[in-house]
Design a protein around this ligand. Sequence first.
Ligand code: ARG
Length: 467
Amino acid sequence: MTENTNKPKANTLWGGRFEGGVSDIMEKINASIDFDKVLYTQDIKGSIEHCKMLADNNIISAQDGKAIQEGLKQIKQEIEAVEFTFSAKLEDIHMNIEARLTEIIGPAAGRLHTARSRNDQVATDFKLWVRDACDQADEALKALQMALVEKAEENIDVILPGFTHLQSAQPVTFGHHLLAYFEMFTRDRDRFKDARKRLNECPLGAAALAGTSFPINRHQTAEALGFNRPTANSMDSVSDRDFALEFMAAASISAVHVSRLAEEMVTWSCAQFNFIQMSDSFTTGSSIMPQKRNPDAAELCRGKSGRIIGSLNSLLITMKGLALTFSKDMQEDKEATFDAVNTYSLIIAAMTGMVKDMKVNKDKMRAASNVGFITATDLADWVVRILGLPFRNAHHITGSLVSLAEKKGCDLDGLSLQEMQSVEPLITEDVFSILSVEKSVESRISFGGTAPSEVLKQVKFARERIG
Ligand code: ARG
């Protein structure tokens, strides 16, 4: 049985009115130090700027201010040298650092928390951390986009079947297919940038929830920490976790894009498709079947995207019923967000590597594209353009020709002119000039279309937009 007695170990940071200590179970459920210690950089940075501001505004003495800042810098070094002992009894990173500061500089440490609460402190630390995560996501996506553009350019005129309903629809170029993902990742980068813009207001100085009676300068701390301005409402400041939700929403959408590309890679690399070969670096062998090359990294990208979406859901559900302002439920924000950030950065890095390494089997793609009457739309378009018939009639005529070819067991260009004319007497020899997959893709020159000439323009445009 777990021991559940109240031992006298009142917390010295808030223990004034507490006689007994907390139970072991309370300590366990309450402590966040195991995961929030990663916030130490942000916590110390925030504390140093808060301390400077307090001293500049004569809220604490210059001497105490100096001692506090030096103590905080020493703590940072101790943590980085792995000499710092984190304690679950001190709950979280904020109290661990403050307790150590007291050990180092004595009672003056107690002045650091003037005009501040852990509520605005944690919101500030966490925002700074998520802000960095937005910047890192942008950098990582940029690398992935560069890999995609390179591959797209190399494969500008490689033809493969384009699918709808996973049925061969129209031939497309592989460069074009890859640039579709470029567009998704462009929107993802915009979403992270947009989330960053919105989060960039500083909660520090909101104190517990109501602001403070001390003559603080919130603009000073906001600016020093790289925020655009202080948050405008103290209650919102300590209860807002939109920034973490927005990061995870952007990461979830982006992870869905990664997952779709991963799914395509899994399919493309199977023996039946054999469109691509994935490198040794991102595949594994089977312990029993020597012929196998399993696309594990792609499968894990697909799988881990679920975890990111799960983290978003977890925090949305945590937040949805909370009255203003801070409630301890909100401490659950961190593990979900940290996991989402780490998982996201891993899948983007893996996808970048897979795209770079991927070998394209042009011949297999080309051969697979010439099936399933894939140029039927080209034939219908020819009937409209050359014979001047309405598209609906052309569609009908082409349908009959497909059916004829199906009966004959050949492709559309396997039909003789006579057979074609048995369906539509106006058809001429010229029709055979548009039935190849090459002619088909070459003709798709509309803006954003699949023609190699157009894809080349899109490659250039993509490069301009990468930034
Ligand atoms: N560890 C807490 C968190 O992660 C810090 C804020 C605690 N505030 C409080 N009033 N208990 O959110």
